[in-house]
Design a binder for this molecule. Structure first.
Ligand SMILES: *Cc1c(COP(=O)(O)O)cnc(C)c1O
Length: 434
């Protein structure tokens, strides 16, 4: 019977690899074996490349220097480590009433916070906003019609197409109006002529119609005899931004056109749906908020069990919402910290990075919110610029730094970088270029 061909040499090679790669022995043995099979002149070099490739595919922290504040490939809203939780293991009262000592609903904490923040009677958290829209359509309109303007029957990012989501939910899409112009009277007709359970208004996010266009307002649609669901997408809680204005920061002009949850409900929407990790700045999740009877119907639907998030997400979204209430959003929610950072500070930080890196220069640039939120918005910022393409070298830094390329220049926008990582950036640049 044949035994391992070269067990000792592979083991030795794996041990050598462990000097430079912090990976499990089993992984290094696999790389060593694959490198031996490649039968190249430099077996150690080949094995080391395979190990580096393996490490490069593991998830880990990166420094986002792209200037896209909510970068879909980098996990959208960045999260700060919650140092207030204990390091040893403990359970979470996710479905347990501490007062009564018995089972409770896992949505009570979120509902009570969103009642204060956006004046919603009730709320529900699911895995993402796609799940929120799917659940709302399934629970509230299965076998019946959902009226959607032809101008809002859109695709939002890979694989999320409103007509397909509605079809999957078992409801029927009722097309209303035209691509560019849809009026309240078109919806009125649709309700009279077909069995419409819901009107759905979808924020087109990363797509804009302009020119000869008309769409009815939320206030207009909410006076029709049919519940109105508004998918606002980005999760801006309130367009007056009290978490900024109470801190002496005015509402950024680029937020102007974004629909907000509080105002949509005030204008008469029965339900709003939005993502947790866009402008809300929280973890990946989706929120369904609005009239209690409708939210309860969603909570009771069998799909709810399949789309409910785990306790870590519930804790994280709760602390995000608490930060809005305690007016600590710009300190505790990384997205709002990035937004609130002044141009003067960004300039000073950029100058300091260039001084410590001993190379490069500072330049005024524009950041963008990203994730399809406020798609035409530009936010003034300052960057450290290097002549030449150093993107790959920066990506291989530890921690990896993701920069932007503009022609043959490498741009590191400081607005999407935490102040604490300026030294990491300076050190990486100095090491790479000198
Ligand atoms: C982003 C977005 C979605 C999808 O949300 P996910 O949280 O990515 O699932 C749905 N609708 C609108 C309007 C959006 O902007």
């Amino acid at each position: 019977m044949e035994k391992h061909l070269r067990p000792t040499s592979i083991d030795v090679l794996a041990r050598q690899l462990s000097q430079i790669h912090a990976l499990p022995h089993a992984v290094l043995v696999d790389c060593a074996r694959a490198a031996v099979e490649l039968n190249q002149h430099d077996t150690f070099g080949a094995a080391s490349l395979l190990a580096a490739d393996f490490a490069g595919h593991l998830l880990g922290d990166v420094v986002n220097a792209t200037g896209v504040l909510l970068h879909t490939n980098l996990g959208r809203a960045p999260r700060a480590y919650d140092a207030e939780r204990t390091a040893h293991f403990r359970a979470v009262n996710v479905e347990f009433d501490l007062d009564e000592g018995r089972r409770s609903s896992r949505h009570e904490s979120i509902s009570s916070l969103l009642r204060l923040l956006i004046n919603a009677e009730s709320a529900l958290v699911v895995n993402n906003n796609a799940a929120a829209v799917m659940l709302v359509a399934s629970a509230l309109a299965h076998g019946r019609g959902i009226a959607v303007s032809r101008g809002e029957s859109v695709e939002i990012g890979g694989g999320f197409r409103i007509p397909e989501v509605i079809e999957q939910s078992g409801a029927n899409l009722v097309d209303v109006g035209t691509t560019n112009k849809t009026y309240r009277s078109d919806f009125q007709k649709a309700i009279e002529n077909s069995d419409v359970a819901l009107i759905m208004s979808i924020h087109s996010s990363n797509f804009e119609l302009s020119g000869f266009v008309h769409r009815p307002t939320t206030a207009e649609l909410s006076t029709l005899d049919c519940p109105l669901v508004v998918d606002i997408g980005s999760g801006l809680l309130d367009n007056t931004c009290p978490w900024l204005t109470t801190q002496g920061i005015s509402v950024p002009p680029w937020l102007g056109g974004e629909p907000a949850a509080r105002q949509a409900l005030a204008d008469g929407a029965a339900v709003v749906t939005f993502s947790g990790d866009k402008l809300l700045g929280g973890p990946q999740c989706g929120i369904i908020a609005g009239r209690r009877a409708l939210v309860d119907q969603c909570a009771k639907h069998p799909l709810m069990r399949a789309v409910r998030p785990g306790t870590d997400i519930m804790m994280d979204i709760q602390s995000t919402l608490l930060s809005y209430l305690t007016r600590e959003a710009i300190r505790k929610i990384p997205f709002w910290s990035m937004v609130a950072e002044t141009e003067e500070n960004l300039y000073r930080r950029a100058v300091e990075v260039v001084r410590n890196a001993e190379i490069g220069f500072v330049e005024k640039v524009e950041s963008i919110p990203g994730a399809g939120s406020a798609p035409s918005a530009r936010i003034s910022s300052w960057a450290v610029v290097l002549e030449g393409d150093f993107a790959a070298l920066l990506r291989h830094n530890n921690p990896p730094i993701i920069a932007r390329l503009d022609r043959d220049r490498t741009i590191c926008d400081l607005r999407s970088i935490a102040r604490e990582d300026d030294a990491v950036l300076a050190c990486a640049i100095r090491t790479i270029l000198n």
